[in-house]
Design a protein around this ligand. Structure first.
Ligand code: FES
Length: 577
């Protein structure tokens, strides 16, 4: 049955622009002031283009142009575009972590859409936290929206070898620390690793989350894989602008798209990509905004049946540019079609199944067929045990397989400054069997749960050839990182989770197959230590940090603010004058 279409007087923006009274004419005069004629905006869907461009965000350097291309599409389809800048969340620069500000951008997005005469939105993001933040905010607001992903940058290049964002930076830095790379070569690698605009081109958090957004049905088909500097990218931007106008007339809202089944699709895709561990936190938070209680176990349940098909760094060999030429996400989705809920609706009005039908893989080394999968399952695993009663996460494919079942003595760092001060100390009692433990690096402890979870290997061991060890923390890890890193331990040390009670020399058992993380210390001894445990002082006496500390939830709850979770609808603003 055809959907009934909205009439101009039904538009939300008609509350500002409709009629001819003092209130409406005030809004008319201020829009006329910007040089628009009445026929350009009256009775048209107003499209908010949330632009996370900033001079400080290299991943979104092309967003000024892209905003114009989105506008082009909105005009063509008979809408009225208004560009709305929002905080950029620039992963390389923002401290202590962009994660501290993810919920800030989510709030900003929601309130921008709520407080202005907006009928629908195009969300422009891509650099790690921007994707979940924009989607969380727009989902809470509930207006029709399309996500326009920034697209990955081109492959890096160093001495004729492709370089991947993050992944190869950690790799060559380890070589440099081991004395195997000259300063000159290191500088050449730095020159070549980020050579165009766009987000990180490994299967890091950015590529993982934009792909998850596409699998959720929130982008136009194929959008997430297009390199930022490919001419197909601006074409996708203007097509997003055209489509959102139609979505407003159709009243196609996120509540019709973001179903439990759509989140299963997103999780399945994250596993098939061997995507970033950060996806666990973000998808839980995004689902929460859609009113879906998504437990972290769901990631483990689905992981057991999903083959890893994307041969992309850090788990594999290639980069996003190769992935695009090999057929991109549509081809991968088509290959795992039997594992997906193909009936889920997407922003273009078609189902996911219709969008991926017929998509072909052009290079089966980059996008593997199910028969030649990189691994038959296990993109991510959720661990439990007395060290992580509320769960922890590991990416087994990024680990040396010998360490996936390992018991060793803990070497404990009480916080990140302690780690930096002592990790290369010749007096540190550590060997390749040790388990490195970092405390107080979680959502409240750090604060902001930075990507410190890939603890550095002590220099002494690097020089001996050791390149991986078991590492455990309540921090996150960059999606471009690798190693046997147990992350997101919940509850975190700062709130008195068992991680806070670990001491040097305690034996810790990691068994990924059994999904186990155990501190081999008796309950009596742990109870004694708990009695002696002293909370640390709060980080922020005032401001956004204080708000964050008051409302942030733990990693297994997606680190959203409790006050931003799904609930009764927030009232629409009064529009009086
Ligand atoms: Fe922006 Fe990696 S720094 S995506």
């Amino acid at each position: 049955m055809a959907r009934s279409r909205k009439r101009p007087e039904d538009l939300r923006s008609a509350r500002w622009y409709g009629g001819n009274d003092l209130r409406a004419t005030g809004h008319h005069s201020r829009t006329l002031q910007m040089g628009y004629a009445r026929e350009e905006f009256l009775g048209k869907p107003v499209i908010g283009i949330i632009n996370t461009w900033s001079d400080i965000n290299p991943c979104h350097a092309h967003f000024r142009m892209r905003a114009d291309e989105v506008k082009r599409g909105v005009w063509q389809a008979g809408g009225f575009p208004i560009e709305m800048p929002a905080i950029a969340l620039a992963e390389p620069f923002q401290k202590p972590s962009t994660m501290l500000y993810r919920n800030f951008l989510a709030m900003e997005t929601e309130e921008l859409l709520r407080s202005y005469p907006v009928d629908g939105a195009v969300l422009m993001g891509g650099c790690d936290k921007t994707t979940p933040a924009l989607i969380m905010g727009a989902t809470s607001m509930g207006l029709p929206f399309i996500y326009m992903p920034a697209g990955p940058m081109l492959r890096g290049n160093f001495h004729g070898e492709p370089l991947g964002s993050g992944t190869d930076r950690w790799k060559y830095w380890a070589e440099r620390r081991a004395g195997k790379l000259s300063d000159e070569d290191w500088n050449e690698a730095v020159d070549g690793i980020a050579r165009s605009h766009g987000h990180c081109m490994t299967m890091g958090t950015a590529s993982t989350m934009t792909s998850a957004a596409e699998a959720l049905g929130l982008t136009l088909p194929g959008a997430a894989s297009i390199p930022a500097s490919d001419a197909n990218h601006p074409r996708m931007a203007s097509a997003s602008g055209r489509r959102i106008v139609e979505m407003v007339w159709e009243d196609l809202r996120p509540s019709e798209i973001l179903t439990r089944e759509a989140f299963d699709n997103a999780i399945t895709v994250v596993h098939a990509l061997s995507g970033s561990t950060n996806a666990v936190i973000h998808l839980v938070a995004m689902a929460g905004r859609a009113g879906i209680d998504l437990g972290i176990e769901r990631f483990d349940e689905l992981a057991r049946n999903v083959p890893v098909l994307a041969n992309l760094r850090p788990a594999g060999a290639y980069l996003m540019e190769d992935f695009y030429y090999a057929g991109g996400l549509r081809a991968l989705l088509n290959e795992i079609a039997p594992l997906l809920r193909l009936e889920c609706r997407t922003v273009n009005g078609r189902t996911l199944g219709e969008n991926v039908a017929g998509a072909k893989i052009y290079n089966t080394d980059v996008i593997r067929t199910r028969e030649k999968a990189l691994a038959q399952n296990g993109g991510l695993a959720v661990l439990r045990g007395n060290l992580a009663p509320d769960g922890a996460v590991i990416k087994p494919l990024a680990a040396e397989s010998r360490l996936l079942a390992h018991t060793g003595p803990a070497v404990v760092f009480k916080d990140y400054p302690d780690l930096l001060a002592r990790i290369d100390d010749d007096g540190l009692k550590v060997d390749e069997n040790s388990v490195l433990v970092l405390q107080n690096a979680g959502p409240l402890g750090a604060p902001g749960m930075p990507e410190w979870g890939q603890l550095p290997i002590p220099k002494r061991l690097l020089q001996k050839g050791v390149r991986d060890m078991v590492r455990i923390s309540d921090a996150r890890m960059s999606g471009t990182s690798y190693g046997t890193c147990v992350l997101h331990v919940a509850p975190e040390a700062f709130v008195g989770g068992p991680l806070a009670l670990v001491r040097d020399g305690d034996l810790i058992e990691l068994n990924v197959e059994a999904r186990k993380l155990e501190l081999k210390v008796s309950d009596e001894e742990l109870a004694r230590r708990r009695k002696d445990w002293q909370p640390r002082p709060a980080h922020f006496p005032r401001g956004y940090g204080a708000l964050f500390a008051r409302h942030i939830m733990q990693a297994n709850k997606g680190c959203d603010f409790d006050i931003l979770q799904h609930g009764p609808p927030t009232p629409e603003p009064e529009v009086h004058h």
